[in-house]
Every structure is written in structure tokens, then in C-alpha cells.
Design a protein around this ligand. Sequence first.
Ligand code: NAD
Ligand code: UDP
Ligand code: UDP
Length: 320
Amino acid sequence: MVIERRVLVTGGAGFIGGHLVRRLLDQDHQVLVVDNFYSGSRSAIESLLGHPRFELLRHDVTFPLYVEVDEIYHLACPASPVFYQRDPVQTTKTSVVGSINMLGLAKRTKSKVLLASTSEVYGDPEVHPQPESYWGHVNPIGIRSCYDEGKRCAETLFFDYRRQHDMPVKVARIFNTYGPGMRPDDGRVVSNFVVSALRGEPITIYGDGTQTRSFCYVEDLVDGLVRLMGTGHEVTGPINLGNPREFTMLELADLVVRLAAEDGVRRRSEIVHRPLPQDDPTQRRPVIAQAEQQLGWRPTVALEDGLRATMTWFRKHLEL
Ligand code: NAD
Ligand code: UDP
Ligand code: UDP
């Protein structure tokens, strides 16, 4: 049985947040979304505005927030390189000052607080695949550092609040997640490839395309986050949440082109190459033994199936 709670979701107007909020409402919780619409949008959750247990507050988490809640999912932070590099100082502030404020709020309200951290804390990993015990290989002064180091510092803050105040903190290290609800202009690889394929336009691979990522379907990911929040005081993480199937960007491009053809797209996208951005990780795959043991969680949606659902959503959304 699920006990009804007042749940705060920061970044709830974003991609993962939108799915999480709907899951929490389905579980009969009261949900307060706090978002400044930096990379999310009001339209993403507009359909929920009339819901009796849903509230939306436009607010930047780098400023203090005084509300009464029982649980906090702290997701606020742009996640696509295109967005987090647009205003890098704000990105670091969001992770660091935003986390201090949410931890202060959690301390006062005695709430459980969960951080949406990232596989980027492993940087360009020299250990492969990545277990939680790996400390990472991060450039502290590069163009990705605002995001990577911001999240690393956020993790530090979560564990220091734990040590200093014995707070119920949870840290999830999320690996590349995709699905319906991504912005078409988000800039991440799955949305870029799917949108280009549906339009029959060229698919752009950065570098030679041999770099790898492991893609998790958003509903699987949300399931992992909710399970982690449901754990007792002893479970803090950091815990990897991701799909351990690893693909090169060339394989991803081929798969997306094939699925678009099966979906009736007549003009087949050609594949073009652009230079690889600075510090782009060459490989990434999670070890998920901790999530399996502590949460009883593992992803269930295969990339091909998740991409089909994503494609269907984009086709409708873009009116293609
Ligand atoms: P997203 O950009 O779609 O959503 C982030 C949301 O946070 C947006 O609605 C944005 O407007 C909001 N936001 C940003 N700065 C804010 C601020 N200062 N105050 C209030 N709101 C703010 O990204 P997403 O993919 O939904 O990611 C959600 C979280 O999960 C992020 O913390 C991200 O770092 C983490 N994560 C995501 C992935 C992924 O693959 N999607 C992977 C690893 C970690
Ligand atoms: N804070 C907040 N909401 C609250 C409680 C605190 O936004 O309900 C912010 C507050 O601005 C503070 C930060 O969280 O700067 C950290 O709070 P904490 O109690 O840990 O530190 P202190 O207030 O002692 O600086
Ligand atoms: N990428 C690409 N074409 C695109 C967008 C991204 O080849 O249109 C590459 C990018 O260089 C990276 C991988 O795809 O190697 C994943 O990029 P994304 O921005 O989705 O996530 P992240 O690099 O943060 O894992």
C-alpha cells in the first residue's frame, strides 16, 4: 500500500520530471513542481494544471524555498550539453546552491531528499563498465565541467548533510535516458537522431561514431527513482540507474534509420560527421548490481522498443 505524501519535484517541467510527476500522481500523492523553465516548459505539464493534487510554482532553486513537504526529488538542472553549456555559471549554481537550498529545506521539514546525479561524475571513464566505487576521470576546467563538477559537488553536499545531520538522503547516478517527452531541440543524441530520421534529413554523428552510450527508457528510470525513494534510512546510494546494453553512436544511427523506414519514412537519412566536442566521453556503461540487490530493479525496455515508442511520440508531436 502506498501512503499519500506531499512530494516536491524540482525540475518537474523537464523531460524526466514530467514522467515522474505523472507516476507520483497515479500513486495518489500530492505533487508540487518547482521549475524556472530554463530547459523545461510550462507546456510539458500544462495538461496537469487542473489536477486536484497538482501544483506548479515558477521558481529558481538557487534561491531559498519555504514550503511544507514530506519528500523531495531534486531534478532541477539542465541535462543536455547544449543547454547546460549555454549558461555554465548558472549550471554550477543550480547544482551547488540549488542543492544547498533543497538540503536546507529537507532538514527543516525532515523530508527524504533524492538527488538526480549523473554518470557524468565518472567523466571520460578509464574503468569500464562503471561501478559506483569508481571515482571518475573528470576535467575540472573544460566545457562539460559546469555540469560534471556541479553534480560531483552536489553529491558531496548530500553526503555531508548525511554525516553532519543524519539526514535520509538518496543519490541516483542516472545514465543516458530517453523517451517520449524529450524536446525536439534538446540537442541530445536520441532526440536529434529521431527527429532527423523522421524528417528524412541527415543524421549528424560527432566524431567517428565509435563512442558508446547505454540508453535507458524513461519509464524504467522513473521506476528506479521511485524504488530508491522508497528505501529505508540505511540506503543512500550513490546507486547507478541505467541500462547496461551498450551501443556505439554508429549502431544507434543505423537502428534509428531502420526503424524510421519501417515506420513508413520514405526518404532515408544519410549519415554525416562533425567534429567531436571537447571532453566527449568515449565509453559509458553502468554496473547495476547495486540497483538489482538494493532496489530489486533492472531495466525492462529494449532500445528498439523504446525507440519505437519515442518515434511514435515525436511523429505525433511534430505533426509529421
Ligand atoms: P531537463 O533539462 O529536461 O529538465 C531539467 C528541468 O530543470 C527543466 O524543466 C529546467 O527548466 C529545470 N531547471 C533547470 N535549472 C533550474 C533552476 N535553477 N531552478 C528550477 N528549475 C530548474 O533534463 P532531464 O533529462 O529531465 O534531467 C532531469 C535531471 O536528471 C537533471 O538533474 C539531470 O542532470 C539528471 N540526469 C538526466 C539524464 C538524462 O539522460 N536525461 C542523465 C543523467 C542525469
Ligand atoms: N533553506 C531553504 N528552505 C528551508 C530551509 C533552508 O531554502 O526551508 C535554505 C536556506 O536559504 C539556507 C540553506 O537552505 O541557506 C541551507 O540551510 P541550512 O539550514 O543547512 O543552513 P543555514 O540556514 O544554517 O545556512
Ligand atoms: N552525439 C552525436 N550527434 C548528435 C548529438 C550527440 O553524435 O546529434 C553524440 C555525442 O557527441 C556523444 C553521444 O552522442 O558522444 C551522446 O550525446 P548526448 O548529448 O546525448 O549525451 P552525453 O554526451 O551527455 O552522454
